[in-house]
Design a binder for this molecule. Structure first.
Ligand code: PMP
Length: 365
């Protein structure tokens, strides 16, 4: 830290993104990216937009807004696009949390929530998930806080039903409930149909996962028009041109080819089912994932050890050091070829560890 860094940020612990090592070519199953490229329509539109990069991008994102309004059956005033969904989540912390209205979220959830709280100097409280990593919705009732719920949750992959979220909304009529649907397209139940019923609901989604556009940085929020107006106030007070022209064009191309997204999600779900089955056969325990990743642990191997041994073999998965989940790893679902390579490496690692244990036991005798 330099001597000039403001004291107000001196205790800030930044979010740590999944590693992107450059020393060799890895099979990347650590950042929940899509294993397939974006739609051809997105690629072509983005290349075309590059020809006009001398101009600022459209701050209103008119084309994108029309496209998503048509696709989701919402009004244009009910959506706001941001630079990844991280940006709209940060906007929500800025707009709806303060000393009188702290933030509230699970102890095991998206690791950026506490960081957003810290950088915005917002007090926050974490509610522990149950032992099986599910949420007890009653713990979120009447909390007088702004609630953030990733649904399905990350890194557990577990989802709440729309009816359960509705209970949380009904029991917090005077507080905002943010439902982060980054992974909803892989098997969750979206709360977008509830935005006109609850004026305290903000739903966030992203193009990073199911739409194969993580590198373009495109996310959005859907809510009643009053909330979108608040969030626009924040956007126009920070970065009016938050979506660049190439990303905007790619987003429009992508939405014009929604069949492609559905196909990719279908393949990811199939690959997930195959991997889940293969890992179960190897003795892994897993949560029920509705996402593009699995959250798994093995009774005979520490999560960190498995992570390290896979990395040595050129396969990256995500290991978290937080006490409650250190036995687990989060494994992004890739192509079938990648998942076969992953399962085969895991099998070898477990066999080698079992052989070492047998050797050690023989020596002791
Ligand atoms: N929410 C959750 C639960 C996530 O896992 C992520 C991805 N790291 C995000 C939001 C943000 O994704 P992006 O900014 O790429 O839209």
């Amino acid at each position: 830290m330099s001597r000039f860094f403001s004291e107000k940020h001196s205790a800030l612990v930044p979010y740590v993104p999944g590693e992107q090592p450059k020393d060799m070519k890895y099979i990347k199953l650590n950042t929940n990216e899509a294993p397939y490229p974006p739609s051809e329509k997105a690629i072509a539109a983005s290349a075309e937009a590059a020809k006009n990069l001398q101009l600022y991008s459209d701050p209103e994102c008119s084309g994108l807004v029309s496209a998503i309004a048509d696709l989701y059956g919402i009004d244009k005033e009910e959506v706001l696009f941001t630079n990844g969904s991280d940006e709209i989540l940060n906007f929500a912390f800025m707009a709806y949390c303060d000393d009188n209205t702290p933030a509230l979220f699970a102890d095991i959830t998206y690791g950026f929530y506490p960081v957003f709280a810290e950088i915005n100097h917002v007090p926050y409280r974490e509610i522990p998930l149950k032992d099986d990593f599910t949420i007890d919705i009653t713990e979120y009732f009447g909390q007088k806080s702004t609630i953030f719920i990733a649904n399905p949750n990350a890194p557990t992959g577990i989802m709440l039903t729309r009816a359960e979220i509705e209970e949380i909304l009904k029991n917090n009529p005077d507080n905002i409930v943010v439902i982060d649907e980054a992974y909803v397209d892989f098997g969750g139940e979206s709360c977008v149909p509830l935005i006109n019923k609850y004026d305290n609901l903000l739903v966030t989604q992203t193009f990073s996962k199911s739409r194969s556009m993580a590198g373009a940085r495109l996310g959005f929020g859907i809510a009643c028009r009053e909330l979108i107006r608040d969030l626009n106030t924040i956007k126009y007070s920070t970065n009016p041109y938050n979506i660049n022209s190439m990303t905007m064009a790619a987003g429009i191309g992508c939405l014009a080819d929604d069949e492609y997204r559905k196909r990719v999600c279908g393949i990811v779900r199939e690959n997930r089912a195959w991997t889940e089955d293969a890992l179960k056969k190897l003795g892994f325990e897993m949560t029920e994932s509705r996402t593009n990743f699995l959250f798994a642990k093995h009774p005979d191997m520490d999560g960190g050890e498995l992570y390290r041994k896979l990395k040595e073999r050129g396969i990256l998965i995500r290991h978290f050091t937080k006490e409650r989940i250190r036995d687990y790893n989060r494994i992004t679902i890739g192509t079938m070829e990648q998942m076969e390579a992953f399962v085969s490496a895991v099998k070898t690692i477990l066999e080698e560890a079992a052989a070492e244990r047998t050797d050690a036991a023989t020596e002791v005798k």
